[in-house]
Design a protein around this ligand. Sequence first.
Ligand code: G4P
Length: 286
Amino acid sequence: MTTIQWFPGHMAKARKQVQEKIKQVDLILEVVDARTPESSRNPMLDEIIGEKPRMMILNKQDLADPALTREWVQYYQDQGFAAIATDAQHAKRLQQIPQLATKLMAEKIARKKARGIRNPMIKAMCIGIPNVGKSTVLNRLVHRNIAVTGNKPGVTKNQQWLKASDNFQLLDTPGILWPKFASQTIGMRLAFTGAIADAVFQEDVVGLYGLTYFMAHYPDALKKAYHLTDADLQAAPHDLLVKLTRTQGFGEEFNRMAERLIFDARQGKLGRFTLEKPGETDAETE
Ligand code: G4P
């Protein structure tokens, strides 16, 4: 997992680098985590991208709640974006991205053809906050198996174009931007899913956030994973954490149980989940 800490200097540098790259492309692939679609967007991306066409890639759909992923895809489509849910680890649905891009860029392609260009290329790049799966999406799209090095903000190297299909090519490194720091809830969602480094949060606080969310939205997953009863789920979240800490063999070490819960959720052992719903404000979930 990435451990980038974002300071104002890093942000300015990342923004500048991304803006330079954006000038070279026709289309932006904005990669987000399907479990936290809005929270895992960079807060200034609209401003940074401007009017460039954009496709929302809701990645890690294999870990997210399928019904809510459908709602999120619809939500972004309603906002005028192309949107698709993917599981980049298994290349699921990635092959649809070049096709969707061709549809999205149809007018520009037609204009180029009218000017005599026989097979106009669509040039695109992946952008997003760390750990949403940008490199995995990119590598799978261009059929590249090697690990990407120098994939950090502030590291510059010569750009290359990599071919994803006959008329679709991508910049060889993704644009990396900082996560949102706007509210406690957003921070909790990002910490729980691993989008921000474990070192910067307290696992007992994040674990308790996750437990509270699952008690409200995915109680059956908790029951199954930790052999709980309906009565257990009526307890206050803090009391349930205490109980789980004991029954899972951690004695009085609540932070170890919290860590376990976070680990289990990230590994998919608590089933597929999504931590936010379209149209919901932070105040409603705080
Ligand atoms: P980034 O460039 O946006 O920073 O993300 P990257 O591709 O490096 O992916 C981050 C982690 O997420 C990787 O796990 C990667 O395998 C995993 N990942 C990417 N896409 C998907 C997906 O669609 N589904 C699932 N389940 N996982 C995905 P990793 O290298 O093991 O990192 P970590 O687990 O140690 O954080």
